[in-house]
Write a protein that binds this ligand. Structure first.
Ligand SMILES: Cc1cc2nc3c(=O)[nH]c(=O)nc-3n(C[C@H](O)[C@H](O)[C@H](O)COP(=O)(O)O)c2cc1C
Length: 648
């Protein structure tokens, strides 16, 4: 695409007023739990992560959700506002971000009835005695005393952040946390002044806003993140959201609003739409809500993947600011690079939700495509190698590309021996329904390897002689993995799941999902669109157990919508004509699927590292990365590829 930045991103890089402050452009970083804290306080890593995002050129950064009261039961890596030991850390975050002429906004919340990390002896609170979908916990119904106590906690927190140099706060009244539980008739069944109609359900929120206004000055920005569509029966829909927001503005106006989707219910994945959602899935919804927002600046959020998509969002009238969350986790320099028209250098997010997966597992957020997340720019810069060596990487999948690029960035002379095409199984997987963003990753890796000076040799699968011909000082094997046909079915002419099965789509399709990750479930969807009946057999308690929770919900939704029959705790025992025999692993009972037209298998992967022994015997330093080392996730494969490259 052509045009100077001013033309291409005419809206995106235009300043605007936010309350009485100014933001230099329309790019916001939304609240994202980094998990980089310790003892509930910001660490060096927390400060570095925010400083890094601001240095990349965003106009506004919203902090991760900060718990305002101990009853919110945060994990030690999550941040809280009520412990004075953390207040210096907040001052450092504000200083580091505002120094970049970027507005630092603190997001305030209370988890409410949801227990994201523990289901132990926590005492969750909520408006009504209704259980949390995620953890199953039943909250204590809040008294008026509890409401007053937390209102004060919100106000104290805002005053503390104002005194530490924050430009404002954002109230987290979305995603099923406490303030949103009060807003929604789905979760608020109260019959007192804090429930019932729009006035009652907004009362707690309005009291919080009023208390914050009273505790801070007129220049302090107060923003709101609230549900636009909860996506649950009996919950808030866009028209309800518009009515609620109008009521809030009448009594306790805010300076901006962000309408978020989903709540802690089967719709929870909607708040972090993964690669299976279309790009900018909420554009129409946001346009509709902005029209109802009465001129208050609206921040659009949700799978806006690039500066171009952000500009389109602005031009379509859906927003005044656009939040780019996972896009900036993947590459915080996106704003700066877009402005300089270096779009091809932007690392695209893959929307795999590995970041949420890590956080839910109690670990710091991590991103497969951004090794530098949580590091300072200095730390993230590749350390030059002590001496430039000849490094040969065998295998052009994502791990091989990553190792090659990372080694070349350190000054090594790198040759990449790949098969006929780059991208390996990830490229093949990207052709399955909803997996397309993986293709963007491969393209950007190819581009990055080229820029780093990697010599790419495409051809047949490399043999020992091919590797030796490159006269390497060190070899990295990224030769991937293969799936072994299930022993019970060898010789029956069934298909590996990535070899898209051809042939007539008659009869029942059976997928043997020993590997039942998101890709295999996507294949089940594909088969279901072609066969009258599709059955997925998994040995586990449920399919996709290894997929991050926020994406697993979508897997289940799609399997249900596609009418895929899931048989859990099952293993195939044989195929007899059109009858598949399997066993219930808990009882040992035999069972069958009849009328089978197609069987596809996805078994656990076995590393392909045949070259390892022979090359070692030649005295070469040989490293294995990615699936060739141990088949695992994209995050593990890419992290390990970089680690090996750093040790060369
Ligand atoms: C790891 C992770 C942590 C998040 N933490 C928060 C949070 O603390 N508060 C919040 O309002 N939203 C949180 N979100 C949601 C984001 O603010 C944002 O709404 C969502 O990621 C969609 O935007 P994106 O498609 O640009 O990533 C989180 C999302 C992720 C992936």
């Amino acid at each position: 695409m052509s045009g100077a930045p001013a033309e291409r991103y005419e809206r995106l890089f235009t300043p605007m007023a936010l309350g009485r402050r100014e933001v230099k452009n329309r790019i916001a970083f939304p609240a994202m739990i980094t998990g980089l804290g310790a003892g509930n306080r910001p660490t060096e890593r927390t400060v570095a992560a925010y400083a890094r995002t601001a240095a990349g050129g965003a106009g506004m950064v919203v902090s991760e959700a900060l718990a305002v009261h101990p009853t919110s039961e945060p994990k030690p890596f999550a941040l809280v506002t009520y412990d004075p030991a953390g207040w210096d850390g907040f001052a450092r975050i504000a200083e580091a971000v505002e120094r970049e002429d970027c507005r630092m906004i603190g997001q305030l919340y209370h988890l409410g009835r949801s227990q994201l990390w523990t289901t132990g002896d926590a005492r969750p609170m909520g408006p009504s005695a209704l259980p949390d979908f995620y953890s199953g916990t039943m909250p204590r119904v809040m008294s008026h005393g509890d409401i007053a106590m937390l209102t004060e906690a919100f106000a104290h927190s805002a005053a503390m952040l104002a005194a530490r140099g924050f430009s404002g706060v954002e109230l987290h009244a979305a995603h099923g946390h406490l303030l949103s539980l009060f807003l929604s008739p789905w979760s608020n069944h109260r019959e007192d002044a804090y429930g019932g109609d729009v006035t009652g359900r907004t009362r707690f929120l309005r009291e919080v806003i009023e208390a914050i206004r009273a505790a801070t000055g007129p220049d302090f920005v107060v923003g709101l993140k609230m549900p636009g569509d909860e996506g649950v029966r009996g919950g808030l829909r866009p028209a309800d959201a518009a009515a609620l927001f109008t009521r809030v503005q009448e009594g306790a106006p805010v300076d901006y609003v962000c309408f978020a989707q989903g709540t802690i219910a089967p719709s929870f994945g909607d708040h972090v739409p993964d690669m299976h959602y279309p790009p900018t899935p909420y554009l129409d919804l946001q346009r509709e809500l902005r029209a109802a927002a009465g001129g208050v600046p609206v921040v659009a959020v949700g799978r806006v993947r690039s500066a171009a998509e952000a500009e389109t969002t602005l031009r379509s009238g859906a927003a005044d600011l656009v939040a780019l969350g996972r896009a900036l986790v993947a590459d915080p320099d996106l704003p700066r690079k877009a402005r300089a028209r270096q779009e091809e250098q932007i690392r695209p997010g893959v929307y795999c939700n590995a970041c949420w997966g890590e956080v839910h597992a109690g670990r710091p957020a991590a991103c497969p495509v951004n090794p530098g997340f949580g590091l300072t720019a200095q730390e993230a810069a590749p350390a030059a190698a002590a001496s430039a060596r000849r490094v040969t990487v065998v295998g052009g999948g994502v791990a091989g590309l990553e190792a090659a690029r990372a080694a070349a960035d350190r000054g090594h002379r790198v040759t990449l021996l790949a098969g006929p095409r780059l991208g390996g199984r990830t490229r093949a997987e990207s052709r399955l329904p909803g997996r397309g963003d993986l293709g963007r990753l491969v393209v950007s890796q190819e581009e990055a390897a080229r820029r780093a000076g990697v010599e790419v040799v495409l051809g047949a699968q490399a043999r020992e002689a091919d590797v030796l011909a490159t006269a390497p000082d060190a070899v990295v094997l990224a030769t991937g993995a293969r799936m072994r046909p299930p022993a019970a079915l060898v010789g029956t002419g069934i298909n590996d799941y990535l070899a898209t099965p051809a042939g007539p789509a008659s009869g029942t399709a059976v997928i043997l999902g020993e590997d039942d990750g998101a890709a295999v479930c996507a294949l089940a969807e594909l088969r279901a669109s072609r066969h009258p009946r599709t059955v997925l057999l998994t040995p586990r308690l449920a399919p996709a157990e290894t997929v991050p929770y926020t994406s697993r919900l979508g897997v289940h939704r799609r399997l249900s919508a596609a009418r895929v029959e899931v048989v859990t705790g099952a293993a195939a025992r044989g195929l007899d004509g059109t009858t598949l025999h399997y066993e219930n692993l808990f009882t040992g009972d035999p069972a069958t699927v009849d009328g089978v037209g197609q069987v596809v298998w996805a078994t656990a992967r076995i590393p392909v590292d045949d070259l390892y022994g022979p090359l070692r015997r030649r005295g070469l330093a040989v490293h294995r990365v990615g699936d060739a080392h141990a088949p695992a996730t994209l995050l593990t494969a890419l992290t390990q590829a970089r680690t090996v490259a750093e040790e060369l």
